[in-house]
Design a protein. Structure first.
Ligand SMILES: Nc1ncnc2c1ncn2[C@@H]1O[C@H](COP(=O)(O)OP(=O)(O)O)[C@@H](O)[C@H]1O
Length: 190
């Protein structure tokens, strides 16, 4: 199985690259942001709970996210592997994920981190905000909060995988195809 954590700050291009990777390697896409937005759109209890965190650019509590990912993995039988996008976002989530996969006899093949300078991130998110309709993409303060939360709570997740010898970092500025090629080179070494 090919289980890849695609990592990076908001606006790094995880969603764009995930779409291309699932097509090339026939993987299942687990994007916690997309899953939450789906719940929000459907007005489920989970969606209502997540909304206040998402709208402010804060993280949804770990146990809520982990439960949702567990359900998603369970409902995906016979997958060749997963692209995890936007998850794990805290060390507690990474530990829970390891445990969850171990119970099923799976493991993480590697983490691929997209490295993009902060000014470029902000520019991309502002641009996306004009078309995405996402509240959290349209407000400068919320964008700053998300980047701050990323630095404080999410960056340590990279060290978690690094200590397991599973971290590869890729420069995430340039053409989409060029970046995709670099990601594929890493995956083909797994
Ligand atoms: N793994 C997670 N843990 C906690 N909250 C999450 C997680 N994934 C998504 N969220 C919530 O959903 C929002 C949007 O997620 P996402 O689309 O991945 O954002 P971004 O484009 O900022 O990377 C986050 O700001 C957060 O509130």
């Amino acid at each position: 199985m090919l289980n890849i954590v695609l990592f990076g700050p908001p606006g790094a291009g995880k969603g764009t690259q995930s779409e291309k990777l699932i097509a090339k390697y026939s993987l299942e896409h687990i994007s916690t942001g997309d899953l939450f937005r789906k719940h929000l759109g459907e007005g489920t209890d989970l969606g209502k709970l997540a909304r206040k965190y998402m709208d402010e650019g804060r993280l949804v509590p770990d146990e809520v996210v982990i439960g949702m990912v567990d359900d998603k993995i369970k409902s995906t039988v016979g997958a060749k592997g997963f692209i995890l996008d936007g998850f794990p976002r805290t060390v507690a989530q990474a530990e829970a994920l390891d445990q969850l996969l171990e119970e099923k006899g799976f493991s993480i093949s590697g983490m691929i981190a997209l490295d993009v300078p902060e000014e470029e991130l902000k520019e991309r998110i502002r641009h996306r905000g004009k078309t995405s309709g996402r509240v959290d993409d349209q407000d400068e303060e919320k964008i700053n909060t998300r980047i701050q939360v990323y630095k404080e709570e999410t960056l340590p997740v990279a060290s978690y995988y690094k200590s397991q010898g599973k971290l590869s970092t890729i420069h995430g500025v340039g053409g989409i195809e060029v970046i995709f090629g670099k990601i594929c080179d890493v995956i083909d070494q797994y």
